[in-house]
Design a protein around this ligand. Structure first.
Ligand SMILES: *[C@@H]1O[C@H](CO)[C@@H](O)[C@H](O)[C@H]1NC(C)=O
Length: 277
């Protein structure tokens, strides 16, 4: 199993990494895919910045602080899983004392009401728990189980996925994943897309119960995607490679989504040809 996939699927150590400098844990495949420079500015007088998309400027753009979701994704890429998880829950550089008090006094503060979780936040939350893998996490459930809980909106408990209800932001992201996986990861597309008939999954619900969710036919199946990650070791190396690039795309897509949203851009661009490359 290659290094990135292991990071994505298995390693809990990364999620508690405290001593690693940024980027150390993330395999950008530099060793096997060197980043050749084109020197378009020096050789042709054309700045490389011209080929960046607007949203690629976020780190040095004119906008204020990136949203908490963008910050969480960045922390995750740097291997700081716990920090990413906390940022999603509303913790930031100035409210750590309040967060710590709330965490040690459950039910006695208004933390949850004061820090509502948006739908896209839930998707990133799900992804963090998926990276946690088989390890036991919150509520005595494995990372994979909690990943499905959040993929279904956490306490919002969405039931239908695909053509029907679900939040529009989640539907858009699922559509983009559906399109991209059909084009770029055909070996595993049939696993992560419900084909001819609706699929039903049993997932954990609040209060230690289980409940069922339904994925409409021909749609992105976020629960099957988590299942596929949980069995990654049994896949062929070609399937593992495709699972790896699909997870990379998912991270980029979520980051792009939140940056576009913060700038008030048209989010449908995520379904256009350029973004799907
Ligand atoms: C931190 O979160 C609090 C809410 O708990 C918010 O009022 C404050 O503006 C945030 N600070 C920063 C620097 O984002």
């Amino acid at each position: 199993m290659n290094a990135f996939l292991r990071f994505i699927v298995l390693s809990p150590a990364l999620l508690s990494a405290t001593s690693f400098p940024a980027l150390r844990n993330f395999d950008f495949s530099v060793a096997t895919r060197p980043l050749a420079l084109q020197y378009t500015l020096q050789r042709h007088g054309i700045s490389a910045l011209r080929s960046l998309k607007t949203t690629d400027f976020w780190l040095f753009g004119t906008h204020e602080t990136p949203s908490k979701i963008a910050q969480a994704i960045w922390l995750l890429i740097c291997g700081y899983g716990d920090a990413a998880h906390e940022v999603l829950l509303g913790v930031n550089a100035t409210n750590q004392d309040i967060a710590e008090y709330a965490a040690t006094h459950p039910g006695q503060t208004s933390w949850h009401q004061d820090h509502p979780l948006e739908d896209v936040n839930d998707l990133v939350h799900s992804l963090i728990h998926r990276y946690e893998g088989d390890f036991m996490g919150e509520g005595g459930h494995s990372g994979f189980e909690n990943a499905k809980y959040w993929a279904a909106g956490g306490p919002k408990e969405y039931k239908n996925f695909g053509n029907t209800d679900a939040a529009s932001s989640v539907s858009l992201i699922h559509k983009a994943l559906l399109q991209w996986s059909s084009l770029h990861t055909p070996k595993i597309a049939a696993d992560v897309v419900s084909t001819n008939s609706a699929r039903i999954h049993s997932i954990i619900a609040s209060g230690g119960k289980r409940r069922q969710v339904v994925v409409a036919p021909g749609c992105w199946d976020p629960f099957a995607f988590i299942d596929l990650c949980s069995t990654a070791e049994q896949l062929s190396s070609l399937e593992q490679d495709q699972l790896k690039i699909l997870q990379e795309f998912e991270l980029r897509l979520l980051l792009r989504y939140v940056l576009l949203e913060q700038r008030g851009c048209d989010l449908e661009i995520l379904l256009s040809g350029e973004e799907q490359q």
